[in-house]
Design a protein around this ligand. Structure first.
Ligand code: ZN
Length: 141
């Protein structure tokens, strides 16, 4: 998956498919290969959850979302991607209330997650008009 392939349409399509969203995160996260954070081993097998990886030496498992902006996300990743989409691609401002209605999530949950993405995006922009690098935002933590 190359940066230029990430279109708004693609990000939006992840909203319909939670597994695909997780797989996408795993693809970017381990783009340069897997290295176990515990023992440094580079061989892995499929973990217990979708798109997770398990070290074949120490058996430590890492989820696709660990150490990304989706870490500790308490709602489906697909919905989180929709929020990412609205922040990074949509120019119109959607209120947290509208988002929460649309996604059937708690308004505070929406507001907090969106704030996190916005902060992450702003940190990487020199001016508000700069293009947001989606990869940087996703791997933001
Ligand atoms: Zn290991």
């Amino acid at each position: 998956m190359l940066k230029k392939d990430i279109s708004p349409e693609f990000i939006q399509s992840l909203y319909e498919d939670n597994d695909k969203a997780l797989q996408f995160i795993a693809d970017i996260k381990w783009e340069k290969g897997f290295t176990c954070r515990k023992c440094g081993h580079t061989n892995f097998c499929q973990g217990k959850t979708v798109a997770s990886r398990r070290c074949t030496r120490c058996k430590k498992e890492e989820s696709a979302t660990a150490h990304t902006i989706f870490h500790n996300c308490k709602f489906p990743i697909s919905k989180a991607f929709y929020i990412v989409y609205t922040v990074c691609f949509e120019k119109r401002k959607i209120s947290a209330n509208n988002l929460s209605n649309e996604l059937e999530l708690n308004p505070m949950t929406c507001w907090k997650f969106r704030k996190k993405i916005q902060e992450c995006a702003e940190k990487r922009q020199n001016t508000p008009d700069d293009e947001i690098d989606l990869m940087d935002v996703l791997m933001g933590e």
